[in-house]
Design a protein around this ligand. Structure first.
Ligand code: ADP
Ligand code: MG
Length: 298
């Protein structure tokens, strides 16, 4: 598949796909998590979000990493109020969400600089693990009432299993784990899995790893293929078997405050993320029992 072949005329600066992606029956909430840094969490969060938005879906990215790399890639301002105020001052999400320029249906809740101090400020708060969940419940209700339902919420996590990530795992039903195909990749996952099972028991029984993605994949190396085979064997249902290639355009895009989906939509990295987003959207039509029973068709 090639993005350039599948696209039509630009819509407010962004190409919208000829064939829209299927809408989920209810808002799907994804946390992109892996406590290892540099594995492609932010890159996957912003590019999948952009691709889903190009597929005609309404998408919100929540940047939970105080480094704010998702904001940078989406060209979103992090100077004003942001997720810090949501966590510490009970500010509603609707008051800090910004529209992403050039996309009709893409929004971002920014990680402002202050977010770096949020975990410390939250230490003595009551129900501190559920702050994001409550804020999201309010947002979802508001949007439902105004007839502006979100299709996807994608939360980009920092590279740790601290309170911000715990909030994300408490709020979301689905976890997307990017795996870089290198030594010890799967060892890292086992720590995430054990944290997840604690959260399932104590805070959020529904949360589960629904999606695994191979990132920065170099098919020429034996190691990458060995790791991919291991992941296939351990997570046959969760793996989206469309590896994201290691690609220069993907790493260049953020320095232009863009996703690769707008920076170079026909490059191999953008094409792969587009295919992955479509696969996620298609799988989403069978994640809930009501959908499995045939309530919606792709
Ligand atoms: P994380 O959020 O897990 O820390 P990032 O998404 O920020 O990881 O990726 C780490 C670095 O690798 C960034 O500089 C990013 O631009 C680069 N990168 C991510 N995916 C790719 C890829 N498929 N090809 C080339 N570079 C990539
Ligand atoms: Mg990141």
């Amino acid at each position: 598949m090639s993005v350039s072949r599948e696209t039509e005329k630009p819509v407010i600066g962004v190409r919208r796909l000829k064939e829209p992606m299927p809408q989920p029956i209810t808002t799907r909430l994804f946390t992109v998590a892996n406590q290892k840094g540099g594995v492609g969490k932010t890159t996957s969060a912003v590019n999948i979000a952009a691709a889903l938005a190009m597929g005609g879906l309404k998408v919100l990215v929540i940047d939970l990493d105080p480094q704010g790399n998702a904001c940078t890639a989406l060209g979103v301002d992090r100077e004003g109020e942001g997720m810090y105020e949501v966590f510490v001052d009970e500010r509603p999400l609707s008051s800090i969400i910004q529209k992403v320029a050039g996309f009709p249906h893409l929004e971002c809740a920014p990680a402002n600089q202050e977010l770096a101090g949020a975990e410390i400020s939250m230490v003595n708060m009551v129900a501190r693990e559920s702050i994001l969940k409550l804020a999201l419940n309010d947002l979802l209700k508001e949007r439902e009432l105004s007839g502006d339902r979100l299709d996807y919420i994608i939360i980009d996590c920092p590279p740790s299993l601290g309170l911000l990530t715990v909030n994300a795992l408490t709020a979301a039903e689905e976890v997307l784990v990017p795996i870089q195909c290198e030594y010890y990749s799967l060892e890292g996952i086992s720590l995430l899995v054990s944290t997840l099972s604690k959260i399932q028991r104590a805070l959020n029984p529904k949360v589960h790893i629904s999606t695994i993605l191979l990132t920065m994949f170099d098919s020429r190396t034996r190691l990458a293929n060995d790791v991919a085979n291991d992941v296939r064997a351990h997570f046959p249902r969760e793996l989206i078997d469309i590896p994201i290639p290691r690609a220069v355009r993907i790493s260049e895009a953020p320095s232009f405050r863009q996703t690769v989906m707008t920076y170079d939509a026909s490059s191999p990295g953008a094409v792969a993320y587009m295919q992955v987003a479509r696969e996620i959207a298609l799988r989403g039509t069978s994640v809930t029992p009501s959908v499995e029973s045939g309530a919606i068709t792709a």
